[in-house]
Design a protein around this ligand. Structure first.
Ligand code: SAM
Length: 213
């Protein structure tokens, strides 16, 4: 995601009712935030938030939380939410590395990872959102039969993610190297901003769904 510093974005986040900028200590409290016991699904690295906002609009009986590191990127999603005010949508501005301080054990029903940054250098592998280090974190917050859905057009990152899954408590429930031509896996697919951009350039989209062994 190209970053442009937008003046005032940080301040907007701190003051906004839909955004949590100091989420540490919120573990176990998200159902209280939403005021119901509906399942909680999160997108890690949501960017401008189109995917999670579309999901929240389509599924009012599910709660959604988008996580994004940068205020300037998150701003777009927050501006939209200020207009549409979905009860079942919140955002957290944070680095997902500290995700286990923010969600309790089994508090999350599903995790979406879409077009995560590839971090191509080997020494940065643990920063990839599908690294074994991140999978270990997800294991702590994801409920027993929860799943992780990952989409990318980056084949090396996808292959890395398949390998990392082998080293984790998760297994591959399903995967494809060409989502948009896989009738079964593409059913009900909601496109992300990056997905639309890359597929319109002719790049096939890879998707995997992980579940516990
Ligand atoms: N998911 C969106 C999509 O598919 O259109 C955005 C994809 S963009 C390439 C990746 C986003 O993940 C960026 O906005 C980046 O700031 C965010 N991101 C990367 N690493 C992160 C981390 N550790 N914690 C939170 N956000 C992160």
């Amino acid at each position: 995601m190209r970053l442009r510093n937008i003046p005032g974005a940080r301040e907007t986040m701190v003051e906004n009712e839909y955004v949590f900028t100091e989420p540490e200590g919120m573990a176990g409290k998200w159902h209280e935030v939403f005021g119901n016991e509906h399942p909680i699904r999160i997108e890690v690295g949501m960017g401008k938030g189109r995917f999670i906002t579309d999901l929240a609009m389509a599924n009012p009986e599910i709660n959604y939380i988008g996580i994004e590191k940068y205020s300037s990127v998150l701003l777009r999603a927050v501006e939209k939410q200020n207009e549409i005010k979905l009860e079942n949508l919140r955002f957290i501005r944070m680095d997902a590395e500290s995700i286990i301080e923010v969600f309790g054990q089994g508090e999350v029903d599903r995790i979406y990872l879409n077009f995560s940054d590839p971090w191509p250098k080997d020494r940065h592998a643990k920063r990839r959102l599908t690294s074994r280090q991140f999978l270990e974190r997800y294991d702590k917050i994801l409920k027993k039969d929860g799943i992780i859905e990952f989409k990318t057009d980056n084949k090396p990152l996808f292959d890395f993610s398949l390998e990392e899954t082998e080293e984790s408590v998760f297994k591959i429930q399903a995967h494809t190297y060409d989502l948009h031509h896989d009738e079964l896996m593409n059913e009900g697919n909601i496109m992300t901003e990056y997905e639309e951009r890359f597929s319109s350039q002719g790049n096939p989209i890879c998707k995997m769904i992980l579940e516990r062994r």
